[in-house]
Design a protein around this ligand. Structure first.
Ligand code: IVH
Length: 687
């Protein structure tokens, strides 16, 4: 009788725990705390320990893994796990080719109605097959070579969103069913895992794909159990005593009803145009998805037509993968060099064996700063994974071999050492900001900093000196003609014309462009000075707030902090800059050379505009205005334009092809405007 009570209690605990698993993993809506969950779980574990007969393979306690394995047992797939043909054309024609091929093979004429397809995502994880006998998970296997995989049952049992028992009425349970799908890791789960792993001093996972594959092939299931793996079902293998529904779409819905997670981004569509539209839509969504995908998959929806189409060697004729450009690639670090920036910051840059990734060839990747370089421990000769997602600057994700993949064969070179003296001027290199930033202490003695300062000063959004680019600045500095921005205004045609590759005519043009740049605005002038931490938008804020250069130069820390968006760091940079006698002298010489702009009383005294106190973010292409025009209009009405969306943003002005800023604004519930709505706002002045 005691046994009977234990059996009933165990059954009810199992049901309860599985319900909480579903609430947590599938619905993202847990109804109890983690501690309460643990209590239930421990009770069940204790019951099973006391009564080993109660320990069934579908018990949730079996998810945490048992003993460690020496190696995996091979599994011969009863039905091969096929690969999938890839349509390499990333444009709309990838879908068109596939549709044409399917229609030709089915001998459909143009007059026939468009084919029905299931469109879904191509997940970037690891394909697995799950075998259910009488509704209970009995075996989980990797794909392997498609014919023979590895038995990873213990590890797959630790994946909480894989049902250990099919959820269905007893009489509808298939006696034998293999469910196929992808084990994967979400990006946020991976980041959280890595954060904890770093805290424990453990190895980090390189990316979700490697993370998923590495975790599934872990010999110690207890290790696998700690990895945040998830699963999406996308098909079936062998089934006996059960007739699948008529279409792929219905099959996925049935799998969902059995308790499998099926990705919500899927569509049943007609005709290739709709497939191409799905490809484009998912491509745009790709950066915001919580997991990695490398393309989309198109499948003929009717299972009967799938049977008629059949296979060609290892690939079905009824499906195709339509890929996106790879965001990651492997390559070798040829060297690590440092660059000295405009502010003297010394940044490590990895020179790479050129590799095609994210649609472009990458030969260099910045390592940002010392912290990042040391954390990733990138060394010359290492094989690394580089990533270029969307239009972001390429970065090194990590070193292959350092994250528990396979150990590198050859001994590695020594860790990178930062130079103690500046490679440009030989001045001492100092460490700043808790050691993360190495900076040359040479200031304007350092040609890299002089050149950087001049290039910035002349740039389009600063003083806008046409024709004065990087090459010419280098020549001018090296020829000793220019040491500070003020020197530019004393250049003359004969001296310029004497430079290599510079004719009389170009010299004249340059002198004219320099002269013309003297007429500027206060905001441009402040930006052109190159004060650390003062970008274009801050410069504009400062100009508007103070109205005159003299007032800005006299401002103390509290006065600076009154300007919009000026925090302690920016205030200090401004104070430091103007405290430097050399900088004040350059400013005097620039003014003496004729630099001029309009000044006013500043915003403190200005009448408030209709958009005063409102912060905007602009994203995408507007129909009637350029972004600069929209910005000017908002600012003229007293509003502020920030470069990034934050909780402080009042409005997001979105045009066509708006990207992640729009998504972020939507996520934060920020009011969205289009150009027409902005025009209204400007007219009425009422928010
Ligand atoms: S269907 C028809 N659907 O692609 C061939 N595969 O299959 C059976 N993959 O490594 C697979 N997402 O893991 C199918 N929605 C999806 C998929 C998908 C990713 C992977 C799969 C395998 C490769 C070839």
């Amino acid at each position: 009788m005691r046994e009977e009570a234990a059996r009933r209690r165990a059954a009810s605990l199992r049901a309860e725990i599985e319900a909480h698993n579903r609430a947590y993993y599938e619905l993202d809506a847990p109804t109890i705390t983690d501690a309460e969950y643990d209590t239930l779980f421990r009770e069940l574990q204790a019951l099973e320990a006391e009564n080993p007969a109660l320990r069934s393979p579908d018990s949730p306690t079996q998810r945490v893994g048992g003993r460690s394995l020496a190696q995996f047992t091979p599994v011969i797939h009863a039905m091969p796990m096929l690969s999938i043909q890839t349509e390499t054309d990333t444009g709309a024609s990838g879908a068109e080719h596939f549709d044409a091929r399917v229609r030709r093979e089915l001998e459909l004429s143009d007059a026939d109605t468009p084919m029905e397809y299931a469109a879904e995502l191509k997940f970037d994880g690891l394909a697995v097959s799950l075998r259910y006998e009488q509704g209970v998970l009995t075996q989980g296997a990797t794909r392997g070579d498609g014919m023979t995989g590895e038995d990873v049952t213990q590890n797959l049992r630790t994946v909480r969103d894989i049902p250990l028992r099919l959820r269905s009425d007893a009489d509808r349970i298939p006696p034998l069913l293999e469910v196929r799908g992808e084990a994967y890791m979400r990006r946020d789960d991976l980041a959280r895992y890595n954060e904890k792993a770093a805290g424990r001093g453990e190895k980090l996972l390189l990316n979700p794909r490697n993370g998923a594959a590495g975790s599934i092939r872990q010999l110690d299931p207890a290790v696998a159990a700690r990895r945040p793996l998830r699963f999406f079902a996308y098909g079936v293998g062998v089934c006996e005593g059960w007739t699948p529904p008529a279409t792929h779409g219905e099959l996925l819905r049935t799998l969902e009803s059995f308790g499998f997670p099926v990705c919500e981004y899927r569509r049943i569509v007609r005709g290739w145009q709709a497939l191409a539209a799905f490809h484009a839509r998912m491509g745009a969504l790709r950066p915001q998805l919580p997991f990695d995908i490398d393309g989309v998959v198109y499948k003929v929806n009717s299972l009967e037509l799938q049977r008629r189409l059949g296979f060609r060697s290892r690939e079905p004729r009824w499906a195709v993968a339509h890929k996106y450009p790879a965001e990651e690639a492997r390559t070798r670090v040829e060297a690590i060099e440092v660059q000295v920036g405009r502010t003297g910051a010394i940044t490590p840059v990895a020179r790479l064996t050129p590799v095609f990734v994210g649609g472009v060839t990458i030969a260099n990747a910045t390592l940002h700063n010392a912290d990042e370089l040391f954390r990733k421990d990138v060394r010359t000769g290492d094989t690394v994974i580089v990533r270029r997602a969307g239009d972001v600057i390429p970065e090194i994700v990590g070193v292959v071999g350092a994250a528990g993949e396979s150990a590198p064969e050859a001994p590695r070179s020594l860790p990178f050492a930062f130079p103690e003296t500046c490679p440009e001027c030989g001045s001492r290199v100092v460490r700043e900001e808790g050691g993360a930033i190495f900076r040359c202490s040479g200031g304007l003695v350092c040609p890299a900093q002089v050149k950087g300062a001049l290039i910035h000063f002349a740039s389009r959004r600063a003083m806008d000196i046409e024709g004065l680019g990087e090459k010419l600045v280098e020549q001018l500095v090296e020829a000793g003609l220019v040491r500070t921005p003020a020197d530019l205004y004393h250049l003359d045609v004969p001296r310029l014309a004497a430079l290599a590759r510079m004719g009389e005519k170009s010299a004249e043009n340059l002198v004219a462009a320099i002269a013309q740049s003297r007429d500027t605005s206060l905001a441009r002038f402040i930006y052109a000075l190159g004060v650390r931490n003062v970008g274009e938008s801050t410069a504009r804020d400062l100009a508007r707030h103070f109205g005159s250069l003299a007032r800005l130069m006299e401002a103390d820390a509290p006065a600076l902090r009154e300007a919009p968006d000026v925090g302690p760091v920016v205030a200090e940079s401004i104070l430091d800059f103007f405290a430097e006698a050399h900088n004040r002298e350059v400013i005097q010489r620039l003014i003496a050379a004729g630099a001029r702009w309009e000044e006013n009383a500043g915003q403190a005294n200005a009448p408030p505009g209709p958009l005063s106190g409102k912060t905007f973010v602009i994203t995408g292409t507007l129909p009637g205005w350029t972004r600069d025009e929209a910005r000017a209009r908002i600012e003229a009405a007293g509003g502020k334009v920030a470069s990034a969306v934050s909780a402080k943003t009042d409005y997001a002005l979105a045009g066509s092809e708006a990207g992640s800023k729009l998504a972020k604004a939507q996520a934060l519930g920020i009011a969205l405007l289009d150009e027409a709505a902005l025009r209204n706002l400007l007219e009425q002045g009422d928010a």
